[in-house]
Each structure stands twice: as structure tokens, then as C-alpha cells.
Design a protein around this ligand. Structure first.
Ligand SMILES: Cc1ncc(COP(=O)(O)O)c(C=O)c1O
Length: 396
């Protein structure tokens, strides 16, 4: 096996998985792993959920692709289900999260121009992650990801995360602001959970100034935080745009940009498009996901997340490296006092797949079907790996 013909955009770990079921992956040597990465917060129903597999198999044998020149039944049904689940009004389907955000950014520009601005500006946050295309990379608050790709796009202004007053100050000084784009919980930026009233206050501010409130729920959507979308847990939060992807297809690539209120009439025929977006195969997969998620799985997320945070805190609070455990539903993290990329390998050698983000943050985004016994197993392995990490640090 060789990756010599692949562009080296990822520092890949030395393992190849061949099968998956629930929270488990099996590698090419037959070794099993407990997976709390879930394809980077994607396989919310677990690997190879039978309902999704069946839907993909059936649709693949019927009709795969026709293009958006024609009506697509599964797309129309999926859009209706997503609107019912979220209270949003209309949907545009893409193939990825970044593309869903591209649609949102284009909507912001249309909204700004409609208001008479020549240079519509989107307020984005420090430590945000919105994707790797040029517009979403510009919106992303990570200089390392942006380095070398300048010139970035114009039309973005940045505020600290969880600081409504900073957003207000930008709005007051810049008449071109058209929208605010924000993650309800920052994922790649380190699992940062804002104050409970943050989104409701941003929502009020957007309403007051006729700006679009655009929520990037690519990682937090599809049940991850304990409701279909995270914003639904916040009274008074009325988004105009919600983007999602990741868990929507449980591994099948599909994204969506949902609109309501001020944003619902901005796109018309010809103003945006995608050859593959919302094709029959992707929509059949996502339909099975949305229906299965709402069949009781999301209801268990709060309890399971609470158990995970409690167990981690009990086990690690006295550890010298421990800083804190934070999260919402089943997007959680343990912050250490130092960078810990070595932990990824130490855990993998012990049969656990984790992800380290923002240097010192162990991120846990397991399938939402993870059991308490599997959480215990995760914490046990993590404890052993952290001990090995700690020993190696002392020896160095
Ligand atoms: C919050 C958020 N937005 C956007 C993206 C980009 O999604 P994709 O990789 O599907 O383009 C991600 C991916 O990690 C994400 O977490």
C-alpha cells in the first residue's frame, strides 16, 4: 500500500480501517478500536447503521443522479423533514460543509446589496472553523490554516467568540455589516461553549440592525448537542440561515443551507447551484439518517453527554495536567495544561481513536449511540494513555 500518489494534505496515522459497526472500527490486521472520532463528528448513528446502508443500497439500484434541472423526490422530502425538524423554511443542498457555508456567505452578500451596501461584510469569530474553500477559509479564525493562501477575500470582520459587545461595536462602526456567522459551539477551535444567552443576544442584535444571523451547525447539528440543531435549545434565538453537513449523511457526503425570515427569498433561479447537490443517492441516505436520529436517539444525548463529562471529571480532576472538561451533549473535550498530540498514538495503540485539536484539547465526538459501558471503556484507556504520556514527559 502506498500514498505516494496522494497530495500530502493530511499527516495520516499508520492504520487502515476496513469495516465498521456502531462505535467500533476494525483495521486491516483485524484489530478493533473504540471510535470517539466518528469520522470527525460525522457518523452520529454509528458506522454502517443498517437503515442508512439499506437506503443507500436501494437508491443505488434505482437512480443515482439526474441533476437539479429536474424535480428530485427524495430531495423535496428531505427538505420538508429538515424544515419540520428545525422550524426553518427552505433548503439548498450541497455536498459538504464548506459548500453549505459558501451558500450562506453568498446569501449575506445578496442581503447586504439589497440593503444598499457596495461592500457587504460578514462578522466572524476568533477560533472559528468554517471550511477550506477561499471564502470559508477567510471566515475561519485560524492563521495557520490561512497562511500561504493570501490574498484572502474582502468582506469579513472578526470579533472574539462569546463577546456580544465586540460584535455590537463592529456593527456600530461599519455600516456595511450584513450578517453574523457563528458556530453555536466551536468544534475545531477547541470545543468552546459560549454563555447560555450568547446566541439569543446575537439574534436580538441582528434583528435590531437587519443583519442575517447565520449559524454554522455543520458539527453541532443532527443531534450532536441534544436537539436536532443546537440553536433549538436557546429561547429567543431566531437564525436566518443554518448550515449543516457532517452528521446529515452519516458518512455520505451531503450538506445543507437552511433559510428562514430575512434570508428565505434571497436566492432565485440561477443565483446558486451545484451539479451533485441534493442528488437522489445523497438525499436517500440523509432521509434515513434524519428519520432514524429522530426515532429516540437524540433524546439520549444529554444524559450520555452528562455521564461522559462526569466520568472524565471524576477520573482526571486531580491529575496534574488536567485543566477542565467542557462540552454540550456529545461534543466534549478535556483540556490539558500542555500540547498533547502524542496522545492520539498512545490511545490508538491501546484500541481507542481520539482526536486532539487546538494543541491541548482532547476532543470526543463519538457516535450518539455510544453506551455507558463504552464511555467507561474510553475513560479507562484514556487514563492509561495519559499515564504513559505523563511518564514520557517526566522522562524527557
Ligand atoms: C463548524 C464547521 N464548519 C464547516 C466545516 C467544513 O465542513 P467540510 O469539511 O464538510 O467542508 C467543518 C468541518 O470540520 C466544521 O466543523
Amino acid at each position: 500500500m502506498t500514498d505516494k500518489y496522494l497530495m500530502p494534505t493530511y499527516a495520516r496515522q499508520p492504520v487502515t480501517f476496513v469495516t465498521g459497526e456502531g462505535c467500533r472500527l476494525t483495521d486491516s490486521d483485524g484489530r478493533q478500536y473504540l471510535d470517539v472520532v466518528a469520522g470527525i463528528a460525522v457518523c452520529n448513528l454509528g458506522h454502517c447503521h443498517p437503515a442508512v446502508t439499506r437506503a443507500i443500497q436501494a437508491q443505488a439500484g434505482t437512480l443515482v443522479h439526474t441533476s437539479n434541472l429536474y424535480h428530485i423526490q427524495a430531495q423535496e422530502t428531505l427538505a420538508e423533514k429538515l424544515c419540520q425538524a428545525s422550524g426553518m423554511e427552505k433548503v439548498f443542498f450541497s455536498n459538504s460543509g464548506a459548500e453549505a457555508n459558501e451558500a450562506a456567505i453568498k446569501l449575506a452578500r445578496l442581503h447586504g446589496h439589497r440593503k444598499g451596501s457596495d461592500n457587504p461584510t460578514v462578522i466572524v469569530m476568533d477560533s472559528a472553523f468554517h471550511g477550506r474553500t477561499m471564502a470559508t477559509l477567510t471566515a475561519t479564525g485560524n492563521r495557520k490554516a490561512q497562511a500561504g493562501f493570501e490574498p484572502l477575500l474582502s468582506g469579513f470582520s472578526r470579533a472574539p467568540f462569546n463577546d456580544v459587545d465586540a460584535v455590537r461595536r463592529i456593527i456600530e462602526h461599519n455600516k456595511d455589516v450584513a450578517a453574523v456567522l457563528v458556530e453555536p459551539v466551536q468544534g475545531e477551535g477547541g470545543v468552546n461553549v459560549p454563555d447560555p444567552d450568547y446566541l439569543a443576544r446575537l439574534s436580538d442584535l441582528c434583528e435590531e440592525h437587519d443583519l442575517l444571523l447565520m449559524l454554522d451547525e455543520i458539527q453541532t447539528g443532527n443531534g450532536r448537542t441534544g436537539s436536532y440543531f443546537a440553536f433549538q435549545q436557546i429561547e429567543g434565538c431566531k437564525p436566518d440561515v443554518v448550515t449543516t453537513a457532517k452528521g446529515l449523511g452519516n458518512g455520505f457526503p451531503i450538506g445543507a443551507c437552511l433559510v428562514a425570515n430575512r434570508a428565505s427569498e434571497l436566492f432565485g433561479p440561477g443565483s446558486h447551484g451545484s451539479t451533485y447537490g441534493g442528488n437522489p443517492l445523497g438525499c436517500a441516505a440523509a432521509l434515513a439518517v434524519v428519520e432514524t436520529l429522530q426515532d429516540g436517539i437524540i433524546d439520549s444525548v444529554h444524559v450520555r453527554g452528562q455521564y461522559l463529562r462526569q466520568t472524565l471529571t471524576q477520573r482526571f480532576a486531580d491529575h496534574a495536567m488536567f485543566r477542565e472538561v467542557r462540552g454540550q451533549g456529545l461534543i466534549n473535550a478535556m483540556q490539558l495544561d500542555r500540547d498533547c498530540p502524542e496522545l492520539v498514538g498512545l490511545c490508538r495503540e491501546r484500541g481507542l481513536l481520539i482526536n486532539v485539536t487546538a494543541g491541548s484539547v482532547i476532543r470526543m465526538v463519538p457516535p450518539l449511540v455510544i453506551s455507558e459501558a463504552e464511555i467507561d471503556e474510553m475513560v479507562n484507556i484514556l487514563e492509561d494513555a495519559i499515564k504513559a504520556f505523563s511518564d514520557s514527559q517526566e522522562a524527557a
